[in-house]
Design a protein around this ligand. Structure first.
Ligand SMILES: C[S@@+](CC[C@H](N)C(=O)[O-])C[C@H]1O[C@@H](n2cnc3c(N)ncnc32)[C@H](O)[C@@H]1O
Length: 232
């Protein structure tokens, strides 16, 4: 189906040029995030069974998809960026993982064919959409899951007092500079200035209005949110 002219154009997102960045992104994330810890946290909630299917949207360099693959029947790993998908596919080959299907698509354009999914995961990607389109994305995700299916959403979500935003960002960015250097801190400045991260109470409302129960919500450093949810 052609994309209507009024629909948010996903490839125009204000984030980085991920096509050009895949390898550097992968290296930086391994350095600055506890990737294995994050994956473990999600897998513990999902309790995947051998026959189950998982969709990851905004898979990036595929680290979660590759870790989930041995625990289930199939992982659909979707991303808008051909560069990220190509890099993730190479990792799958190198690790001998054969049950991940890498597909080009976005929150608003990927249409799942076949049986309803058991789980959908998305990490640090939904903020590429403005809030109205986040709601549409979450409704589309709910439609792809069977009832009782699970959603794990991790993103940059603000949970500090907005009146104190200046002090919050100054301190957060100073700490990032100290810990990871000016280039990484610069990417946080870009994120705050240009991207569509929203506040925790809005994110909670969007998730619940899409038909999910939030089983666990974690707010981290006022800057990150993790939502472990079940479709009602
Ligand atoms: C910051 S990276 C996160 C990658 C990975 N999930 C992680 O946790 O490291 C964001 C990813 O989302 C993808 N992306 C951006 N907008 C998207 C959209 N509308 N639909 C699907 N993927 C999108 C980008 O191409 C990029 O690979």
């Amino acid at each position: 189906m052609p994309i209507p002219t009024w629909q948010y154009h996903e490839p125009d997102h204000p984030g980085a040029d991920f096509d050009a960045l895949a390898e550097i992104y992968d290296r930086n994330m391994q350095k600055y995030r506890d990737i294995q810890g994050e994956i473990g946290e999600i897998l513990a909630f999902l309790e995947l069974q051998p026959g189950q299917t998982v969709l990851e949207i905004g898979t990036g360099t595929g680290e979660f998809a590759l870790a989930a693959a041995p625990k289930c029947a199939r992982v659909y790993a979707v991303d808008l960026s051909e560069g990220m998908l190509k890099y993730a596919k190479k990792k799958a080959q190198a690790r001998g993982v054969a049950n991940v299907e890498f597909l080009k698509g976005g929150f608003l354009s990927y249409g799942h064919q076949g049986h309803p999914l058991d789980a959908v995961v998305s990490q640090i990607a939904l903020h590429h959409l403005p809030d109205f389109w986040k709601q549409i994305a979450l409704l589309r995700i709910a439609d792809m899951l069977h009832s009782g299916g699970k959603l794990c959403l991790r993103d940059v979500v603000y949970s500090f007092n907005p009146r104190l935003h200046r002090d919050f960002f100054e301190e957060f960015i100073a700490k990032a500079t100290e810990r990871a250097g000016p280039s990484f801190a610069g990417s946080i400045c870009d994120h705050v200035r240009k991207e569509y991260s929203t506040m925790d109470w809005i994110m909670r409302g969007l998730i619940e209005r899409a038909g999910f129960e939030i089983n666990r919500e974690e707010k981290r450093s006022g800057f990150f949110g993790l939502y472990l949810c079940t479709k009602i």
